[in-house]
Design a protein around this ligand. Structure first.
Ligand SMILES: [Zn+2]
Length: 461
């Protein structure tokens, strides 16, 4: 650890957190200990915390007070994590309609957050300082798995509107002190990418953090221009907020000359899971209970894809209990080779609205279509837009090695096989794929009813 990193991690950041009344340091210290507990010890810890958390909810949160009473559910009697299954899922619609009754009556300081949903309908909720501390500490622990600490040079490739509008002067100062630099990556032109590449070269970050799609675009541009980025001493590229495709990981690893670590979480769900260098995607089990459920809201076993449902054990200010976050994932059985007892996620398939609906109503994961397109010679970018059950548009960015006639017939056959014979496919050729308003690139956008597309349990059929 360099002198500045040590100064930032041991003095500057602790001071910053103290001023903000966060308990991040204590939480991180505890997390670094508990990660080595045995799986059954972690489970016992989770269970004790769940009981305590739900007891607090019953006492101070009107929505849960009434819900538990109507179900004759007494948190003190919880005997196993599976008892959670007696409670209904918390949907975004419930959060919207019950916002006021979901707020704890305890005078705990909270901040109002709002996420930009893909449907344009924002989700508002409160996050307490306790919860922020836990989420920040969990991220901190995960970066340390990769020998990176707070204060190490971090380049953030990000474009969330929340982040940008809050770039006030204080935050800019904090970022400068903690050596974090933002590259706003929404709608990057080639000139932007060239500037970012120069920034990365001169900043020489220890880690990259951001959307895999944006990082991959920058990496590919550097490679095309013959600019080397593998000699900067970058230790790791942290990917977050989008599904990480293996092909992207390959590009990032090659161009930046570092391993790629996938993280999974969100403002609403918290810091759910993060990869360790041995490849395990560890769930932050001390803070978050992750269930993967079928279409009836019942837990799916490891290996079976289903919807992600999270219970954040430190969300007392505004409880997230069995919150359906809209993603599809698969749990993994067993333990990671690193020896940490934290349970594992096998795969995160991304948003349930990153799935397509076949004409017969069954779910097609985005990856099924992506696999066909990403290995096709001459395809440099693509996006599938499902307009209706029977009409899809495919946007393609190709180069001269693309063999239009043969490739189009392969693509059409693949779409027919997965979506149904009667589905109309329009293929459009573009110079570039536009980012979503949020700045993220999405490969698959389905405009078919969210409600239908949310019933992802059907994938296990
Ligand atoms: Zn591990």
């Amino acid at each position: 650890m360099g002198i500045y990193t040590s100064f930032a991690a041991n003095l500057l950041f602790p001071l910053h957190e103290k001023l903000k009344k966060h308990s991040t340091l204590t939480v991180k210290r505890d997390l670094e200990r508990s990660q080595w507990l045995k799986p059954e010890e972690i489970l016992a810890l989770q269970l004790a915390r769940l009981r305590e958390f739900l007891t607090q909810c019953a006492l101070h949160v009107p929505y849960y007070h009434d819900l538990f009473r109507s179900l004759d559910f007494d948190p003190k009697n919880i005997r196993a994590i599976s008892d959670l299954g007696r409670l209904p899922l918390l949907t975004k619609d419930i959060i919207r309609s019950e916002f006021d009754r979901l707020r704890s009556r305890l005078p705990e300081p909270v901040r109002l957050f709002s996420t930009t949903g893909s449907t344009g309908d924002p989700l508002r909720f409160n996050i307490s300082k306790t919860r922020v501390s836990h989420d920040v500490a969990a991220k901190w622990r995960a970066t340390r798995w990769w020998d990176v600490d707070i204060g190490d040079r971090e380049m953030v490739i990000w474009s969330s509107p929340i982040e940008l509008t809050r770039q006030d002067r204080l935050k800019q100062l904090r970022d400068r002190l903690l050596r974090s630099k933002l590259l706003p990556s929404s709608a990057m032109s080639q000139a932007d990418m060239d500037r970012f590449i120069a920034d990365i070269r001169s900043f020489r970050p220890t880690m990259l953090f951001g959307y895999p799609s944006s990082m991959t675009l920058i990496a590919q541009r550097a490679e095309q221009q013959g600019i080397r980025l593998s000699d900067l001493g970058i230790k790791v590229a942290f990917c977050t907020a989008e599904r990480l495709y293996p092909q992207q990981a390959d590009v990032l690893q090659r161009v930046f000359g570092c391993p790629v670590a996938n993280g999974y979480g969100g403002r609403d769900s918290g810091f759910i899971a993060h990869a360790c260098p041995q490849g395990g995607m560890h769930i932050t089990a001390e803070d978050i209970i992750v269930e993967v459920v079928d279409e009836h809201g019942q837990s799916s076993p490891p290996g079976v894809p289903g919807e992600v449902v999270v219970t954040h054990l430190y969300s007392t200010g505004f409880p997230f209990v069995r919150y359906r976050n809209g993603d599809v994932a698969v749990l993994e059985e067993g333990q990671c080779a690193c020896g940490r007892g934290l349970p594992l996620l096998k795969e995160v398939h991304g948003r349930t609205n990153d799935v397509l609906l076949a004409a017969d109503g069954s779910i097609v994961l985005a990856i099924a279509i992506a696999m066909v397109l990403r290995d096709m010679p001459g395809v440099n970018g693509f996006k599938v837009i499902q307009e209706t059950l029977l009409h899809c548009r495919l946007q393609l960015v190709t180069d001269t090695s693309f063999r239009q006639q043969a490739s189009e017939s392969t693509i059409r056959a693949a779409f027919r096989a997965r979506l149904g014979e009667g589905v109309q496919l329009d293929i459009e050729y573009l110079d570039a794929i536009a980012a979503e308003p949020s700045g993220k690139y999405r490969y698959v956008v389905s405009k078919v009813s969210q409600h239908q597309a949310g019933r992802v349990g059907a994938t296990s059929n």
